[in-house]
Design a protein around this ligand. Structure first.
Ligand code: NDP
Ligand code: GDR
Length: 331
């Protein structure tokens, strides 16, 4: 019998890597997609026909109950969220509805339809927020610094609460920043690698940025989805920090990305207050010893390799855009 998994947020960065990973493991993969006027399957185009699609929205309990009933899953990965921290100030209520309260919707759907499901909640290092302890681990107290971070703290604790109240197999992965060529264009790594490609190929002549001093623990999304799966294969449900244990500044990110194509970031970067945040998380550095020890998890891709891989992929994408527009001009 094939194992069955239901993934929310499957069209996003992590959802696409996780779906790929589970399909390789011979799972039957069900993907929840919300209705949009213009559907975007960019991240999952290559596996679109192998995913069984279910319509639903994380804010709509009825649709989630139906999704669990239809998929009858062994594992549920709850990855859907309003995930962009900067958007959570202008849209605090929407962020609260999707990223916080709707976790309860998903847990309720599981509890009502199939409480034996193994459940994964996408928690975040943004819950640590202001520096209380470095490096941050499972026992570090939370001090979120954005409506997004606050919403994730709710999602985290309600997951723990359903585990303790209803004896559900519910795990929370506290993942530090993880990136890839499939990262949304507004997040800092992809904004930089896409910007570098556009500058190098003559489509753009500057890159407008916010706080260059903030420090992050950046890993590769493809490595991180393996940890999600490992958490659900254990005998006991638990929470785990997933990180690289290395920290780099946004400035270092710029250096690596621009240097990779032979440019100096100082010639192109302009500081623009539009990209600074009302409250910043200055420093994130994770200690994932528990995951290494108990899950046997390890990472394969380091920081420099990750950023250079993203620049290379964006160079290809931007080149394609240029070729297409040249063809249109000729026609
Ligand atoms: P993305 O922003 O790339 O993907 C978010 C996904 O959620 C998309 O598929 C989106 O669908 C879906 N979604 C949003 N709102 C709803 C809704 N109301 N109903 C159903 N689906 C919805 O995020 P990532 O893949 O980067 O992250 C995955 C999860 O992990 C998120 O919960 C994020 O907060 C969390 N996380 C991410 C980290 C990271 O560094 N990437 C680190 C720690 C936690 P659509 O395509 O229609 O927009
Ligand atoms: P983050 O990621 O907020 O850590 O959340 P993001 O890439 O948006 O920002 C990282 C850091 O870079 C600084 N920064 C800029 N950020 C953006 N987006 N654009 C800029 O121009 C810019 N200039 C400087 C930011 O101030 C910040 O300090 C991500 C998301 O994936 C969350 O969903 C996830 O939970 C956390 O990572 C862990």
């Amino acid at each position: 019998m094939k194992k069955r998994a239901l993934i929310t947020g499957v069209t996003g960065q992590d959802g696409s890597y996780l779906a790929e990973f589970l399909l390789e493991k011979n799972y039957e993969v069900y993907g929840l997609r919300r209705r949009t006027s213009t559907p975007n399957y960019e991240n999952v185009e290559h596996i679109k026909d192998r995913i069984k699609w279910i319509s639903g929205d994380l804010t709509d309990l009825a649709s989630l109950i139906e999704a669990v009933r239809t998929s009858n899953p062994d594992e549920v990965y709850n990855l859907a969220a309003q995930s962009f921290v900067a958007a959570s100030w202008p849209q605090p209520l929407l962020t609260g509805h999707i990223t916080a309260l709707s976790v309860t919707n998903m847990l309720e759907a599981v509890r009502i339809v199939k409480p034996t499901v193994r459940f994964y909640q996408a928690s975040s290092s943004e819950m640590f927020g202001k520096v209380v302890e470095t490096p941050q681990k499972e026992t570090t107290p939370f001090y979120p610094r954005s409506p997004y971070g606050v919403a994730k703290v709710y999602g985290h604790w309600i997951t723990v609460n359903y585990r303790e109240s209803f004896n559900m197999f519910a795990c929370s992965g506290i993942l530090f920043n993880h990136e890839s060529p499939r990262r949304g264009l507004e997040f800092v790594t992809r904004k930089v690698t896409d910007g570098v490609a556009r500058i190098k190929l003559g489509l753009q002549n500057e890159l407008r940025m916010g706080n260059l001093d903030s420090l992050r623990d950046w890993g590769f999304a493809g490595d991180y989805v393996k940890a999600m799966w490992l958490m659900l294969q254990q005998d006991e449900a638990d929470d785990y920090v997933i990180s690289t244990g290395e920290m780099h500044s946004v400035r270092e990110l710029l250096e690596v990305a621009f240097n990779h194509v032979g440019l100096n970031y100082e010639d192109y970067v302009v500081i623009d207050p539009e990209f600074t945040r009302p409250a910043e998380v200055d420093l994130l550095l994770g200690d994932c010893s528990k995951a290494k020890e108990k899950l046997g998890w390890k990472l394969d891709v380091g920081f420099k390799q990750l950023i250079e891989m993203m620049v290379d992929e964006d160079m290809k994408k931007v080149n394609k855009i240029i070729q297409l527009s040249n063809m249109e001009v000729r026609v």
